[in-house]
Write a protein that binds this ligand. Structure first.
Ligand code: SF4
Ligand code: SF4
Length: 288
């Protein structure tokens, strides 16, 4: 089972939920936490894994042999990302825009384009407290998160329970990380900003046809509009975490909620059971 943990907005407590859910399930069998927030991975700060393996991630960047090039311009035409410009007697490549799709080298009529690998980040694997851990780290200044997210997801242990910590927002990296999940937990807070971003996140998971539920974090800080929205949209609120300075203090010290306050473990196990119920409902044709 793959459960992704997303939020329309940063700072809502997504990693707090992902890490505590993973730890709570660690004695139930094989549990894996994939941190796909590759621009700013932080689950390792809380789980403090022992890393055992690391692999570089690279993408193929074109290189033009100007001896063979006739400056026909086909490569620039096919590049959907404007990463190639063909001048009168010069081909310019902009590696920071290149997605490494290979279309230009495939379609060059002169065979003038070869490819060279460019490292854009790293994937690290390890374990912590009964949880198998994988995260990706995009190199500073690199804009291509998707190849790293895909590489992290290649390590999915399909026999176990997989928790995916997704980057905040609703852009391509979020779609890539959430795609293929059996369920998406949306972590939000009861404020107008929380509601606004929750609405956008719900649109994304519904387009992907993934059932979802909400974790309402810092409850007590705002108003009832998130709850009213969830009620109207028939989205279950599966867990409520109160605004509590004790929780914030543990979080700021890199301590997971269930380790700081072990009583929360039961709440996260209940959360997991409720997710199972929603997935079962879905299999019986009841949509959320
Ligand atoms: S498609 Fe090939 S031959 Fe044409 S401009 Fe690009 S590199 Fe040169
Ligand atoms: S590999 Fe793809 S993205 Fe990169 S320059 Fe070629 S066509 Fe453009």
């Amino acid at each position: 089972m793959i459960i992704s943990v997303a939020s329309g907005k940063g700072g809502t407590g997504k990693t707090l939920v992902a890490t505590s859910l993973a730890l709570s399930l660690s004695d139930k069998g094989r549990v894996q936490l994939l941190d796909c927030d590759v621009e700013e991975p932080d689950a390792h700060i809380f789980l403090k894994p022992t890393f055992t393996h690391s692999e570089a991630v690279s993408i193929p960047i074109p290189r033009v042999d100007e001896e063979k090039c006739t400056y026909c311009g086909k490569c620039a035409e096919v590049c959907a990302y404007n990463a190639i410009a063909v001048m009168k007697e010069k081909v310019l490549i902009f590696p920071e825009l290149c997605h490494g799709c290979g279309a230009c080298s495939y379609l060059c009529p002169e065979g003038a384009i070869s490819e060279e690998e460019k490292e854009i980040g790293v994937v690290e694997l390890g374990h912590s407290k009964g949880v198998k851990f994988v995260h990706g780290k995009l190199s500073i200044g690199e804009p291509m998160a998707l190849p790293i997210i895909r590489r992290v997801k290649q390590h999915v242990d399909s026999e176990g329970i997989i928790i995916i910590d997704v980057s905040p927002g609703t852009s391509c990296p979020v779609v890539e990380a959430v795609r293929g999940s059996n369920f998406c937990l949306l972590v939000t807070e009861p404020t107008p900003f929380g509601l606004n971003d929750l609405v956008l996140a719900v649109e994304v998971v519904r387009k992907l046809d993934i059932p979802c539920g909400v974790v309402l974090n810092r409850n007590g800080v705002g108003d009832k509009r998130v709850e009213e929205y969830c009620h109207r949209e028939n989205i279950p609120i599966l867990l409520t975490i109160p605004l509590d300075t004790k929780i914030a203090a543990f979080y700021s010290r890199g301590i997971t909620l269930v380790e700081g306050i072990p009583q929360w473990r039961g709440s996260f196990l209940k959360l997991f059971n409720k997710i199972g119920e929603v997935i079962n409902e879905r299999s019986r044709g009841i949509k959320r």
